[in-house]
Design a protein. Structure first.
Length: 480
């Protein structure tokens, strides 16, 4: 009898842990995988007027929801200048609290960008939020500030986008910008910096790191300029690298079956058959350095395919002049940039490019939208609505075609109940079957711009548009 009671209590405990684990704690959910937790029935034909459990007005922002317990966390920009972390009740969508992050100045951002681009990360104790203009914040679940690291504005005219993650008792943050790039780990409870690695060779990129267990040790994987790097989570020591990726990386790696790592990267000039190559500095300056001062100014580079729209990216210190050193670095980036989706097997050490690269795929690679590993397949959506399904084992494509939404895609695909949900910037949602020869089973226009990646938890879909947060499901959410 006693043994039966112990077993019953153990089973109850396991069940409670399983329920408590039904969260979406960071950008793209558990492990940044983008897969529903837990997997269960999901409505396919959702829309602004169908299967809506609740809908809440929100100020604009590009961050994706983090969901833990009975709370949802988001960041936003109110009245174009007030940077806020917002907490909502998960069951009803009611705003519980909002806390402003003060700033002295707002950094320059992309024309369609936001000051609230990084997604928050949360666990049962706290939520962390990153604002380029103000820094990294940690709050408890009541909205009380626990600690704050002043940062930014960063040297990058597109702003900041990479999201923080929580790995056990640590907060990990990556900042790759034109100057001052680094990755660092902080004590979750005190905010103390535990380690910091300067990434001076890396220019701007916006990839969120993921945790990968390699050779029995947890590592931070970060994709940046030309290479993917694995850092020891405890010390920050670089353990391995795989080369052969784009010069700018906006996507987040994903871990699939067999503990394989999948990393994609695309940037202009790295497309096979459409590469950009720069002349040596001496040759270019001889032709276009009109004032003969030994540097290049913006008015002098209009005939360069690489520089005419990227002067600020090459001029890393933003002094208005491109030096030979800055030009040579930019020339090198274009020369070595390779767009593609990479499959990497575990066991990486040192330069693992030859030893651990399983395959690479080079067609229809997305710029911002991260790949989804789901049901032994990889799904990628490229601007224009081109959706590709790839066999994760072989790297062979089974189908590429257009989904319902054209235009750009900043949100990443998410999967659940045998369906893949993809969301365009214009607000067109396409729901496709998660199979080799995928088919669009539903599409709907939300009539608002969409940049955030949806979250899928407990049979409900949380979808953020420019002005609202929706909760979709076939039944109401119970309070937790």
């Amino acid at each position: 009898m006693m043994l039966q009671r112990i077993l019953a209590i153990t089973c109850l405990f396991i069940g409670l842990v399983a329920c408590a684990g039904a969260d979406w704690p960071q950008f793209r959910g558990l492990g940044s995988a983008g897969i529903a937790t837990p997997e269960g029935p999901l409505p396919a034909d959702i829309g602004p007027e169908k299967h809506v459990v609740w809908k809440t007005d929100l100020p604009p922002g590009h961050s994706s929801p983090a969901i833990v317990g009975d709370k949802i966390f988001l960041t936003a920009v109110r009245d174009k200048e007030h940077l806020e972390t917002i907490c909502l009740d998960r069951a009803k969508g009611k705003i519980l609290w909002r806390v402003e992050a003060p700033h002295k100045t707002l950094e320059q951002i992309h024309g369609i960008g936001s000051y609230a681009q990084p997604s928050p990360a949360a666990d049962g104790e706290c939520v962390v939020a990153m604002f380029g203009s103000s820094g990294l914040y940690c709050y408890d679940h009541a909205g009380k500030e626990q600690w704050h690291h002043v940062m930014g504005p960063f040297i990058d005219e597109f702003g900041t986008a990479s999201s923080p993650i929580i790995a056990g008792d640590r907060v990990v943050l990556a900042r790759d910008h034109d100057l001052g790039s680094f990755v660092a780990a902080y004590d979750k409870r005190t905010g103390k910096e535990l380690w910091r690695v300067e990434r001076t060779e890396f220019g701007r990129s916006y990839s969120t790191p993921v945790v990968w267990t390699n050779d029995g040790k947890r590592q931070i994987v970060l994709a940046g300029s030309l290479r993917v790097v694995g850092y020891d989570l405890e010390t920050g020591r670089e353990v391995w690298t795989v080369r052969g990726i784009s010069r700018v990386n906006c996507t987040t790696p994903v871990v699939g079956d067999g503990n394989r790592l999948y990393v994609s990267g695309w940037s202009a000039g790295g497309e096979p058959g459409d590469m950009i190559r720069m002349e040596p500095f001496a040759d270019f300056a001889f032709q276009f350095d009109e004032n003969k001062n030994g540097t290049l100014e913006k008015s002098e580079v209009g005939n360069s395919a690489a520089l005419k729209t990227r002067f600020g990216q090459c001029d890393r210190n933003k002094d208005g002049h491109i030096t030979k050193a800055e030009y040579d670095n930019f020339e090198m980036l274009f020369a070595k940039s390779q767009n593609g989706l990479l499959a990497i097997k575990p066991g990486c050490s040192g330069d693992a490019t030859e030893s651990n690269l399983l395959w690479r795929y080079e067609k229809f690679i997305p710029y911002c939208s991260s790949p989804l590993f789901y049901r032994d397949r990889l799904f990628m959506v490229k601007d224009g609505g081109i959706l590709t399904c790839i066999n994760a084992e072989t790297g062979k494509s089974s189908k590429s075609g257009r989904a319902s939404g054209t235009g750009n895609y900043y949100a990443s695909p998410v999967g659940g109940d045998g369906k893949v949900f993809i969301l365009s910037q214009k607000g067109m949602l396409s729901v496709v079957s998660a199979e080799d020869q995928w088919q669009v089973v539903h599409s709907v226009d939300f009539g608002e711009e969409c940049f955030a990646t949806p979250a899928i938890v407990d049979g409900h879909i949380f979808l953020r548009t420019a002005g609202h947060l929706y909760c979709f499901g076939t039944k109401a959410l119970a309070a937790r």
